[in-house]
Design a protein around this ligand. Structure first.
Ligand SMILES: Cc1cc2nc3c(=O)[nH]c(=O)nc-3n(C[C@H](O)[C@H](O)[C@H](O)COP(=O)(O)OP(=O)(O)OC[C@H]3O[C@@H](n4cnc5c(N)ncnc54)[C@H](O)[C@@H]3O)c2cc1C
Length: 401
């Protein structure tokens, strides 16, 4: 085999590609990361969205020395409150009942992105090719040759393994000939900050309404507010000024968190599910949104993508062997199957539940049974799923180093 320029080329320096580069640091691999965004311009995923990170993700980001670089610690989620418009009562999950202090924590994607970038700067031997866009991918004897275009003009890099972490509309996935299965939820998600007359106390609220899901995630004394709106109604909602949107959000969410005082500026995200039909190809893997883009309502997308990255880094181990070895890639696919399938089913179930009352009741009943402890053995797997411990759990997610 001809020598390759690097062992592993990571395409995409978003949350997942960056996490993978951190997880590979110090293990003796020659790694290049290709990111289209310019150095002082954040990758598009490092924006104002609030991310609920499962306990398993917090463990791993702590072990990777990323968490200590956040300007402030994640806001703990101590309880989860789930309700449905038109139903009396609600389901409450208490972290204390599960014997833990918190189910996870909330951070701004922007802050997490900055913490990852600060950690990347300390990665030994990581080649950052940025701003650089991949515009072609060709099979070579060593593995793959990536054709790149950047500030310095066209160039190419050969790698023994390509990891496609280039997001929902993955260029690499198309170039590898991997198709997708897609579903348009015909919803737009509006995200903003919100303050209430009752300071947040660690409760994450999830409310299902006929128009779409509404969630409040605790961020210090305030909340990150997420509101799903039917596509047809989205232009009207987008045009509202902040006071009108605050009143709209209050009417959609109700009063369980108190009176909404102020909302911040809004970002809007159209919602679709995009699942790759395969997550591997010869000498290539798909991770994060390139492998599976899911509805944000279950707060699972990055958590799942991080577990993709951690699992591969763990199976790969220390430098020396062939990172594109077919048996290794097959072991990775096998190791990710259960977590991927269960997380996709959970997220899609929640997303569709909002449009389908009987399905909502199914989800609520499951959570209700868990809260009330009526079904022995059911509670533990559901709680551990919410905390990010599904299937084969990577060592770093268990807090091991
Ligand atoms: C409103 C909202 C709320 C969310 N809330 C949560 C939550 O609470 N918890 C959670 O776990 N997840 C959440 N998610 C999901 C989470 O944000 C994503 O799963 C995650 O950011 C995906 O990261 P990624 O690195 O896989 O992809 P991306 O962030 O899309 O990164 C891909 C990167 O690849 C680069 N790129 C693409 N093509 C090329 C190319 N040809 N050449 C070079 N570079 C390229 C892009 O510039 C980009 O930086 C939420 C999502 C949304 C929209």
């Amino acid at each position: 085999m001809n020598a390759a320029d690097v062992d592993i080329a990571i395409l995409g320096g978003g949350l997942v590609g960056s996490s993978l580069a951190c997880a590979l640091d110090g293990r003796g691999w020659r790694v290049a990361m290709v990111e289209g965004a310019a150095p002082r311009h954040s990758p598009p995923g490092f924006d104002d969205r609030r991310l609920a990170l499962a306990a398993a993700s917090l463990n791993a980001l702590q072990a990777l020395a990323v968490l200590p670089r956040l300007p402030e610690p994640p806001s703990p989620i101590r309880r989860i409150h789930v309700s449905r418009e038109g139903d009396f009562g609600a389901v409450r999950l208490e972290a204390g009942d599960a014997g833990v202090e918190a189910f996870g924590g909330v951070v701004r994607a922007q802050a997490l992105g900055a913490a990852l970038e600060s950690r990347l700067a300390d990665c030994e031997g990581l080649q950052m090719l940025r701003p650089c866009r991949m515009v072609g991918l060709e099979a070579s004897e060593a593995g793959w040759t990536l054709r790149l275009e950047g500030g310095d003009g066209p160039r190419s890099v050969s790698a023994r393994l390509v990891v496609a972490a280039d997001g929902t509309r993955s260029f690499a996935r198309d170039a590898l000939g991997i198709g997708t299965e897609e579903h348009d939820y015909h919803q737009v998600l509006f995200v903003c900050s919100a303050s209430t007359d009752r300071p947040a106390d660690g409760t994450a609220f999830e409310r299902f309404t006929a128009q779409g899901p509404v969630a409040l995630l605790p961020m210090g004394r305030d909340y990150g507010a997420i509101c799903g709106v039917a596509e047809a109604d989205a232009p009207r909602v987008a045009a509202m000024d902040e006071d009108a949107y605050r009143d709209y959000l209050q009417q959609r969410f109700g009063w369980r968190a108190g009176r909404l005082l102020r909302v911040g500026s809004r970002s809007a995200y159209p919602l679709a599910r995009v699942l790759a039909r395969a997550v591997s190809a010869p000498r290539a893997l798909l991770m994060g949104n390139a492998a599976q883009t899911i509805h944000p309502i279950g707060a699972q997308g990055f958590n799942l993508g991080l577990r993709d990255a951690l699992t591969f880094a763990e199976l790969l181990g220390e430098g020396g062997a062939d990172p594109g070895d077919a048996a290794l890639l097959a072991a990775y696919v096998d190791a990710r199957r259960e977590d991927r399938e269960r997380t996709l089913a959970f997220s899609d179930g929640l997303a569709r539940a909002t449009a389908n009352p009987s399905a909502t009741m199914h989800v609520l009943r499951s959570l209700g049974l868990l809260a009330l402890g009526h079904v022995p053995g059911l509670g533990a797997p559901l709680v551990s799923g919410a905390m990010g411990f599904r299937g084969r759990v990577p060592r770093l997610s268990r807090g091991a180093t």
